[in-house]
Design a protein around this ligand. Structure first.
Ligand code: ADP
Length: 441
């Protein structure tokens, strides 16, 4: 039923009643009834209008007046329109919440600025990066709250670079990179990225290249010096020539060892598990390592092995031999003649296999221990070089252990000796299976 139809019906009823009275009691009575009917209808409309006006001041769909007739239709239409608007508002609010949550979940900082660089909103990451508080600082000009040098010029595009790097005063160890992304009507997104790790990786890479170059340059300089000398004086006494050649062989050996260690390291860093998982006969390996140690020591140390004959684990045989070998050769190189070196294998209560090398050598001061597995970190550079060290041995050990889910423990007392032990997870131990030979993977 339409409003027009309902109204027409009411007016028609009044007209018919007035006409009936007119015919019954004469025209005056008819006009009087018509006027009274119209006046009554008018009063009813005014009443409904007043209720509508009152209700619209605080429209609550649940407390809507419930009139009848044409006003009922109007009120129902208003009610429906309001319900629709409320539902749309609810879904817009939900979507906004979703976008806000998505922006909060981003690992990068986002601050939204208006055309006057005033803060509209920022996520928690941006708040942390820039020292902002979304609620407190909203509406303030960003350059007045964030003390970043050159920020104003950067926001206005007056900087040649498209990113601005800076260290926040409240977090000096952090390096941030800012980027401006314009969007609708002069508004901007100020995006902040934490590039501390990238910078650290860059520094590590630069240091590494500098270290490798330095390590290679030293023996190369020696070889080059001798060669130049031989070119300048081609006829040298046989004994001197022999000495020069010996020294050149020694230096080129050192370069070869360094390059071999570098290749080994890059191979190890290329994956997170041994290329071949096989049965590793720990007992045989320890005895072989003890023999190598004897050869390196040239009888100057006492070398013992404590191992169960059937000790075995799964892993990469060559990698483990290289890692164990580095620890053993370090023990020999950093233990003065007459010292004692013990290679051992045992299992703890949790079934973890533990390889250990104990020496009575020079020991290591506590402050150096956490850094020993860094590439080229040495406590005493001169001593390391003298004994043929490359500074990469413990870095290789670290990477081999990572690939075997094993950990390294170092205990040392300066002047008394050190113990390096490798702890393997229990599942790498092979129990009572000496017959298992080739690959187990
Ligand atoms: P390097 O080739 O110099 O021996 P490593 O990476 O094997 O390099 O060892 C790093 C440093 O750790 C060594 O330079 C040395 O100062 C120290 N170090 C390693 N093992 C021992 C040990 N058994 N006793 C004393 N110092 C050690």
């Amino acid at each position: 039923m339409t409003v027009w139809f309902t109204l027409a019906f009411k007016y028609a009823v009044i007209a018919i009643v007035a006409l009936s009275f007119g015919m019954w009691l004469g025209p005056v009575a008819g006009w009087a009834v018509l006027c009274a009917g119209l006046a009554l209808l008018h009063v009813v409309h005014i009443g409904h209008l007043a209720r509508l006006e009152r209700w619209l001041r605080a429209p609550d769909p649940d407390r809507m007046p419930d009139p009848w007739g044409a006003w009922g239709i109007v009120f129902t239409a208003v009610y429906r329109a309001l319900r629709r608007a409320a539902q749309e508002r609810e879904s817009v609010v939900k979507e906004l919440e979703l976008f806000t949550r998505a922006a909060q979940a981003l690992p990068d900082g986002i601050a939204m600025l208006d055309s006057g660089d005033q803060l509209l909103w920022c996520n928690d990451t941006a708040a942390g990066h820039l020292g902002l508080q979304s609620a407190r600082d909203a509406g303030l000009r960003i350059t007045n709250i964030v003390r970043v040098p050159r920020l104003a010029a950067f926001l206005q595009g007056r900087q040649p670079e498209d990113t601005l790097e800076y260290r926040p005063a409240h977090h000096p160890g952090q390096l941030l990179s800012l980027k401006v992304i314009p969007f609708s009507d002069g508004r901007k997104l100020l995006v902040s990225f934490d590039i501390t790790q990238i910078e650290r990786a860059d520094t590590t890479r630069r240091d590494f290249i500098a270290n490798v170059s330095h390590e290679l340059r030293t023996p190369l300089t020696v070889i080059h010096g001798f060669l130049e000398h031989m070119v300048a004086a081609p006829v040298l006494p046989a004994e001197q020539a022999r000495r020069h050649l010996d020294l050149m062989v020694q230096q080129s050996d050192r370069m070869l060892k360094l390059v071999d260690d570098l290749l080994m390291l890059s191979r190890l860093e290329g994956g997170d598990s041994p290329r071949r998982e096989e049965r590793v006969d720990i007992s045989a390996m320890l005895h072989a390592l003890a023999q190598d140690a004897q050869a390196l020591s040239q009888g100057k140390h006492q070398i013992d092995v404590i191992v169960d004959e059937d000790a075995a684990i799964t892993g990469g045989n060559d990698e483990l031999r290289s890692a164990f070998g580095n620890l053993v050769s370090n023990a020999v190189r950093y233990t003065p003649p007459g010292g004692r070196i013990t290679l051992g294998w045992r299992k703890d209560a949790a079934g973890r296999g533990i390889f250990s090398v104990r020496d009575t050598g020079i020991g290591i001061a506590a402050e150096h221990i956490p850094r020993l597995t860094e590439r080229f970190y040495r406590v005493d550079r001169g001593r390391s070089r003298e004994t043929g060290g490359t500074g990469l041995g413990l870095a290789i050990v670290k990477h081999v252990l990572l690939r075997h889910q094993a950990t390294l423990d170092i205990h040392s007392t300066p002047g008394a000796g050190s113990e390096f032990s490798i702890h393997f997870p229990p599942w790498r131990s092979i129990v009572d299976m000496p017959h298992l030979e080739a690959d187990v993977a």
